[in-house]
Design a protein around this ligand. Sequence first.
Ligand SMILES: [Zn+2]
Length: 182
Amino acid sequence: MALQILYYPDPRLREVSPAVADIESVKPLIAPMFEVMYRSRGIGLAGPQVGILQRIIVANITGKREEADEEKIFLNPTIVDRSGEMRDHEGCLSLPGIDALIRRSESLAVEVTDLEGRRQRFEATGLWSKLFQHEIDHLDGILILDKMSPADLKQWAYRLKELEDDFRKNVRREHKPAEAGL
Ligand SMILES: [Zn+2]
């Protein structure tokens, strides 16, 4: 099974994904999700970005497929605590070519389910905090353009229009992958 990244404005990116109920049924999706993430030079990927409307996140903070021991799989993530504030650059695999400063919480406590069905709690800061907030937004149908400043939205309006035109004309481009996309 080869998956493809869905690009803005695909309406599936705006769906709120339901929780994973049957872990066995999602296991076969994990390797193809990592595959498309590496191919796109991403470090994190949420199910809806490849049309899988379930609360699944895969991540490898190194972005390197040869560092497979860094691969993480998070099912049904919930942010249970947050503190501080940061503002940092974010790129999204579903919004190729766009890079914007996004305001996020600096630190999080996150609860996730692993592939064995165990509920675990993580403290996340920095890049991990950004990754969780970005990917959990995808599970809720939220994109970085919803969080961009009016000035950034204006700056990127031409690019959003290009993506909208491609989608309307059903043109699928192979976008030049961005470094460390989410
Ligand atoms: Zn994204």
